[in-house]
Design a protein around this ligand. Structure first.
Ligand SMILES: [Zn+2]
Length: 216
């Protein structure tokens, strides 16, 4: 379980292989994580669709699976989480608010991290630059060879992101750059999920999922 020093004291975690497969439907695994984080169960999650919709956990109902890719909450004890396996998990914390963001290339290109920061700040009645962020383990530029659609889509929102050979994109760096640009202090933690040890990787063929989770 990985944590960001910058994001602390907000209670949060990026899980990996050690915490087991936390894919959709593994309610036991998420309940265990909720206990570790000292928050309410069930952990609030959404049906992730690689879009840029941001929801308040307070608007979720237990018996529905709303489609969105970011969740925030202002309710003390509520935990929000996103499931990933190569896509970028981004956690945000500010005065009285936390958020979890699923940022694959489509979400990154659709500006989901910027929209999430704005929504979280609005909900908390604070400025965006009062938020702090952690970008978790994800597939990095070393392993993420992509086509023109991705290069153009991500390049449009994060021209400063690192590229390699013009065919590789680093989504963690892209999201770090976007957050830095809007004044959010950000730390990148963990390595590449595909070539590193300890994480599920979709591109390596894993069906399992890890989560980025944070408690209000
Ligand atoms: Zn790699």
């Amino acid at each position: 379980m990985l944590r960001s020093a910058l994001l602390s004291p907000a209670v949060h975690a990026f899980t990996g292989l050690a915490e087991g497969d936390l894919r959709r439907g593994n309610t036991e695994g998420l309940a265990s994580l909720a206990a570790v984080l000292g928050g309410r169960s069930p952990i609030a999650t959404v049906s992730q669709v690689h879009g840029n919709r941001v929801l308040a956990a307070e608007d979720l109902r237990e018996d529905t699976a709303l489609e969105a890719d970011a969740l925030f909450t202002t309710t003390p004890g509520t935990i929000v989480a996103v499931r990933v396996a190569d896509c970028v998990p981004v956690l945000l914390a500010g005065p009285g608010v936390v958020a979890a963001v699923h940022a694959g290339w489509r979400g990154t290109a659709a500006d989901i991290v910027r929209l999430s920061a704005a929504a979280a700040a609005t909900a908390a009645g604070c400025r965006v630059h009062e938020l702090r962020a952690a970008v978790g383990p994800s597939i990095r530029g070393c392993c993420y060879e992509v086509g023109d659609e991705v290069i153009q889509g991500v390049g449009a929102v994060a021209p400063g992101a690192s590229w390699r050979d013009g065919r590789h994109v680093d989504l963690a760096e892209a999201n770090r750059a976007i957050l830095a640009e809007i004044g959010v202090a950000v730390e990148v933690v963990g390595g590449c999920t595909r070539c590193g040890e300890g994480w599920f990787s979709h591109r390596r063929g894993d069906l399992g999922r890890q989560v980025g989770a944070i408690r209000a």
